[in-house]
Design a protein around this ligand. Structure first.
Ligand SMILES: Cc1cc2nc3c(=O)[nH]c(=O)nc-3n(C[C@H](O)[C@H](O)[C@H](O)COP(=O)(O)OP(=O)(O)OC[C@H]3O[C@@H](n4cnc5c(N)ncnc54)[C@H](O)[C@@H]3O)c2cc1C
Length: 804
């Protein structure tokens, strides 16, 4: 075995082999894969091999499309058959909700240039003659889907990588991974040790155990998953072609042809975790005991719709371990605190996602960033809140909902409530319907009557619409309260902290008692973060951002190696916050504040401690609603006091609570982008309009050189605000923008603007067309409506109200 290499990939399943292959494709030939037993010896060997592009998240759908298209290439390159059966896949709906979901996905597919489209039920029955009932009400077909041979795909990746110089050692179980003083890793196997710059944990069913070798507890767990294979079905034996795969969402089942029979898998409600204490070291190429009883109900439902299935009888049952993360997405990227230890695990759809995961991880290692927005898969989306019990509850929920098609207004309930502020119960008593973000309970909107704080999952307007309109009106005309405790906060302090942070963020770090909006860029000039930096004192800074981004920011800042004496720590739980926003916000806060809040004494972007009620609070004059506003932060023990004083004093000013949905509407009226939507690693400040916060004249900051290069030419697209002629449904983000029949962009965010009485959307439109001068359309659940690019925000374009 080699003694040195650049990267050691641990695990020879489909994911590890894809990472290895992609490293070689990016030019890193000196790379090694270590496999405990034989290639495919984990989940991979018994997978059904199904491949699909359909995914509610457009970024994940794009990676799935990439994965599927790669198979023909690796087959050609390696000479190893991937057993590609591109039969297409039929997606079958029985309910209005499923049909609405299909319409939305069909619309999104236009922008991604996917072939997914509706077909008639007659055509569906022609493609799959086993369908005999009239239960189905709609069908979609994607001709690119189908299935592959799991072993063939894994070996094709492996063989291609070997041809480019990679080494694969089988029967080489990794027993220890140790960090050397040089910063390299020493990877120990019974066959010898190997040193490397990077390790990648792609150990699938054993990824938790390999994670523990470097002291990291991964938020994943195996679940049992079963499929059956039937005996031959005469109707299939007589067919000269293979029928397409199919997904029956209502039956929670997928199926495909297997020789002259069918392979049918289900996601049953009565699901089971497996190997909760750890995957046994000696678990071989084994199956788990089958339990037909557990999957009887969904099987029955599908058999009623395709009776030939029931008549055929079962030839084989496969029950295997399949690894899930709390939200069902993969878990990839550098481990927080360990920038050269990567993970590529929790991939529960390896044959739809393995290629994309391999590409992103290899890119991250070689170029220091994934090259695209993969936050939906990034390990950094899970913080401390993802405890073992949380993982168990969420994975159970996720497994059960694997084929439940999500609605945009739907909030999942497992593992909640988790992170609560002292004011939370009072918000609920005031009618809040709560959602979850980063483990926190966050108010979404407020019903007049707490008993009515409920909403049916829907793609269309609900009872919340009128309530949100009133919340927006209160903020625009009087004053509103919004709880900001969930914002992530990172404290950076110590001698030289401001100077150090100034070499990282693109804006100037503000002087003491000021706040500044600061983009954080990747070396390639893409948007990693969009944060506010408050200077509490000289060299004592508080960085705030989106609730989900805490670990992302901590990982990033630590990877840039703070100089000795500078500490970078989470302060999220240290500060609870309330945002007071609206034309009367100053009057309200001043009525209980001993300090002078007049514009001269406390101007826009001021930030310092003041007395509010009986408490000392950090007050920041900033607002995301576009109105005069203050964010007030106290430690949790004062939060209820602050809240009660504001509510009590607020009565005289007509105060009203508002939630995340109203905030979204209000910020769209101002054309403000948001992190994770408009500001992601898919976008640059030049495209997004964030250049107004980039101080290119600063001698240095991360990404500066790339920005200079970007500025040398016109960007190919720019963020635009669109007015959309919709009534109901309203756009929610993800919908395609159509020009002359072609999808030219997608909405990154959208909402109904209650003050301006029209729907609004943000999206990156190509600069090759004069978007303001042409007629555009947006496709909403299959219906096209007119759209116009706005030259300026429709509400207070000069921001006079914000500056108060
Ligand atoms: C019944 C069933 C049906 C499925 N059907 C589909 C499907 O139709 N489509 C689809 O996309 N997905 C399907 N899946 C999921 C699919 O199997 C997984 O997504 C995929 O196999 C995950 O691959 P992996 O490489 O991450 O992990 P694994 O396949 O588990 O590979 C991990 C590898 O790491 C090795 N390893 C572990 N520890 C060490 C160590 N210490 N040192 C060295 N090597 C180590 C293991 O031996 C193993 O080979 C199915 C799963 C099940 C259970």
């Amino acid at each position: 075995m080699k003694s040195h290499t650049r990267v050691v990939v641990i695990g020879g399943g489909v994911v590890g082999c894809s990472v290895l292959y992609h490293l070689t494709r990016l030019g890193w030939a000196d790379v090694v894969l270590l496999e405990r037993a034989e290639l495919t010896a984990g989940s991979t060997w018994h997978a059904a091999g199904g491949m699909h592009t359909l995914n509610g998240d457009p970024n994940v759908a794009a990676l799935q499309d990439y994965t599927i298209k790669l198979y023909a290439e690796i087959e050609r390159d390696s000479g190893v058959s991937c057993g590609i059966h591109q039969t297409g896949c039929l997606y079958l709906a029985v309910s209005d909700r499923e049909i609405d979901f299909f319409k939305g996905e069909r619309s999104k597919a236009r922008y991604l240039h996917l072939a997914l489209d509706f077909i008639s039920l007659e055509e569906a029955k022609r493609l799959n003659p086993l369908i005999t009932t009239s239960d189905y009400r709609a069908a979609m077909f994607d001709p690119n889907d189908g299935h592959v041979d799991p072993s063939g795909v894994t070996n094709a990746y492996a063989q291609s990588a070997r041809k480019s110089g990679a080494h694969i050692y089988r029967h080489a179980p990794v027993e220890a991974v140790t960090r050397l003083p040089s910063g390299e890793w020493n990877v120990r196997t019974p066959a010898g040790d190997i040193r490397c710059e990077y390790v990648v944990n792609a150990a699938g069913l054993w990824a938790r155990e390999v994670g523990r070798l470097v002291g990291y507890e991964l938020p994943i767990i195996p679940m049992e998953h079963q499929y059956i294979v039937t005996n031959d079905i005469p109707a299939l034996s007589g067919l000269a072609r293979e029928i397409p795969s199919a997904v029956d969402f209502d039956g929670a089942a997928y199926l495909r042809q297997e020789r002259h029979g069918l392979l049918l898998g289900t996601y049953e409600q009565d699901c089971r975790h497996w190997a909760m204490e750890g995957t046994p070291r000696d678990f071989g190429q084994e199956l788990l005991p089958p339990d037909l009883e557990r999957i009887a109900a969904p099987l029955q439902r599908v058999m009623e719709r395709m009776p030939a299935l029931g008549e055929a009888g079962i030839k084989r049952i496969v029950n295997g371990g399949m690894v899930f993360a709390p939200d069902g997405n993969p878990v990839i990227g550098p481990l927080p605190g360990n920038p050269t230890a990567y993970v590529a695990a929790g991939v529960m759809a390896g044959f739809s996602q393995g290629g994309g995961v391999g590409l992103a991880v290899a890119h991250w290692i070689v170029h220091g960033e994934p090259g695209m927005d993969v936050f939906a898969m990034d390990i950094a989306r899970f913080g401390d809140f993802a405890s073992r019990a949380y993982v168990l509850e969420k994975t159970r929920e996720n497994y059960r909902r694997r084929f439940v098609l999500p609605c945009p207004n739907e909030e999942l309930q497992a593992a909640r409530p988790l992170r609560m502020t002292p004011a939370r119960d009072h918000l609920v008593a005031s009618g809040a319907l709560m959602g979850a973000a980063g483990g926190w309970e966050v108010p979404l909107w407020f019903a007049d009557d707490p008993v009515r704080a409920a909403e049916s999952p829907s793609f269309r307007r609900t009872s919340a619409f009128a309530a949100i309109r009133e919340e927006c009106r209160a903020v625009r005309e009087r004053v509103g309260l919004w709880e900001t405790s969930s914002y992530c906060k990172v404290r950076i302090s110590g001698p030289g902290a401001a100077q150090w942070l100034d070499t990282i963020v693109a804006n100037h770090v503000p002087p003491p008692a000021r706040v500044a909006l600061c983009p954080m860029l990747t070396p390639r000039g893409r948007i990693l973060g969009d944060v506010s930096v408050t200077a509490l004192a000289e060299d004592h800074l508080l960085l705030m951002g989106s609730p989900a981004a805490e670990l992302l920011y901590l990982r990033w800042l630590h990877s840039l190696r703070p100089p000795a004496g500078i500490t970078v720590t989470s302060a999220t739980s240290r500060y609870c916050g309330i945002s007071v926003s609206g034309p009367l916000s100053r009057d309200l806060v001043q009525s209980i504040c001993a300090d002078d809040l007049s514009d001269d004494a406390f101007p826009f972007l001021a930030a310092r401690e003041v007395s509010v009620g009986l408490a000392r609070a950090l007050a920041i004059r900033i607002s995301f609603t576009g109105e005069l506003g203050y964010e007030l932060y106290v430690s949790p023990d004062y939060h209820l006091h602050l809240y009660q004083r504001l509510i009590h004093a607020g009565r005289a000013f007509g105060v009203r609570h508002f939630g995340a949905r109203a905030l979204n509407s209000l910020r769209m009226e101002k054309g403000y982008g948001g992190w994770g939507r408009e500001y992601t690693q898919d976008h640059t400040p030049v495209e997004s309009g964030l250049m107004r916060f980039v101080r290119i004249a600063k001698p240095d900051f991360t990404g500066r050189q790339s920005i200079l290069e970007q500025l040398a030419s016109t960007p190919s697209r720019r963020l635009c605000l669109l007015a959309i002629d919709s009534t109901d449904p309203d756009p929610v983000g993800g919908e395609p923008v159509i020009y002359r029949g072609e999808a030219i962009a997608r909405l990154t965010s959208a909402a109904y603007g209650h003050t301006v009485s029209r729907s609004l959307g943000l999206g990156y439109l190509p600069t090759s067309i004069d978007a303001r001068a042409v007629d555009l359309e947006v496709e909403l659940l299959g219906t096209r409506v007119g759209a116009t690019v706005l030259a300026a925000a429709p509400y207070d374009p000069m921001s006079a109200r914000l500056r108060g």
